[in-house]
Design a binder for this molecule. Structure first.
Ligand SMILES: [Zn+2]
Length: 317
């Protein structure tokens, strides 16, 4: 049973709610270089696994324009919503060629994060969005496969709730959470922590509250020591909420990663985070983050471990 003074209503069922919609895949053009099938393949693998009874797939609602404006400039939001971004802005985001479905996809994907956030605000425990972690999106422009910043929107939304005064964004994706850091730089109630490879995208880094860097080629033990430091920083801040960007692009086989983390190392990483969440009964939202392994099955296996292990944690909370 979940026991936290911060949460009023314990969950009736301890399944892991995961927000997901087929548009997460279908809203990306089939010719795009982005491995769009990773969402459908992952959900299929989870739902045909022994963990299926622990998982509750929820359908996202589209995020409102008003919630996008919490973290983004009106000019940029409206240009995107009207399908008026120019070629240069689209090129910086990637996911090209674009289909008109990119607009509803983006709104659903952001809505999935909001749904998971609202769930943990109400019930505690862990909830997840099976996409997102769009940490390269800035206030007035998108970048690196990220259009709007779900982490920043959720952090600001959480603070509107009286019981949530301190939020940690724990970003363990191999790329720096540059957009998140910039959008939230003046908010002292949100601590941004980014563990990433020093020589990787974005090449012009911004300043998170804590940037913990690894050199290319780093392996499991070195990586896990840095993750332990990030967890210590997290607990020292005494947060009410964790937003966990759980990208698995640090895997050795990842095409965009440059680190040499094994599947088992990635799993140990996740469980270091989950142990902290269990010990402190911390409401947590999981954002999927990056993963571009060749073969893509390595990415899917690592995300499968993430959600499967998260479902076991929720059973214990
Ligand atoms: Zn990444």
């Amino acid at each position: 049973m979940y026991e936290s003074k911060k949460v009023k209503n314990p969950p009736l069922l301890n399944t892991l709610p995961i927000w997901y919609h087929s548009i997460y895949t279908d809203g990306i053009h089939p010719d795009a270089r982005f491995p769009r099938d990773r969402y459908t393949k992952l959900v299929h693998k989870l739902l045909y696994s022994e963990f299926a009874p622990n998982i509750d797939i929820r359908t996202p609602k589209k995020i409102s324009r008003q919630n996008l404006l919490l973290a983004h400039d009106e000019y940029y939001v409206d240009k995107f919503l009207n399908g008026e971004l120019d070629e240069k802005q689209i090129k910086r985001i990637g996911l090209t060629p674009w289909t008109p479905e990119i607009i509803p996809r983006t709104l659903m994907l952001m809505g999935g994060a909001v749904g998971a956030l609202e769930h943990v605000i109400e019930n505690g425990g862990i909830a997840a969005n099976l996409a997102g972690g769009t940490h390269h999106a800035h206030r007035g422009f998108g970048s690196g496969y990220c259009i709007f910043n779900d982490l920043a929107v959720c952090a600001i939304m959480a603070l509107e709730n009286i019981n949530f005064n301190r939020v940690v964004i724990l970003d363990l994706d191999v790329h720096q959470g540059d957009g998140t850091a910039t959008i939230l730089e003046d908010l002292e109630s949100v601590l941004t922590i980014s563990v990433h490879c020093s020589k990787n995208f974005p090449f012009r880094k911004t300043n998170s509250d804590f940037d913990l860097e690894l050199e290319p080629g780093a392996e499991d033990e070195e990586y896990l020591e840095v993750v332990k430091r990030a967890i210590k920083i997290t607990t020292n801040f005494n947060p009410d909420l964790i937003l966990f960007q759980a990208g698995v692009d640090g895997l050795k086989s990842d095409a965009l990663g440059k680190l040499n983390i094994t599947r088992e190392g990635m799993r140990r990483r996740n469980n270091l985070v989950f142990d902290m969440i269990k010990k402190q009964s911390l409401p947590t939202v999981i954002f999927m983050g990056g993963g571009y392994s060749k073969p893509i099955s390595d990415t899917i296996d690592a995300f499968y471990d993430l959600f499967a292990d998260a479902s076991l944690v929720n059973l214990e909370l």
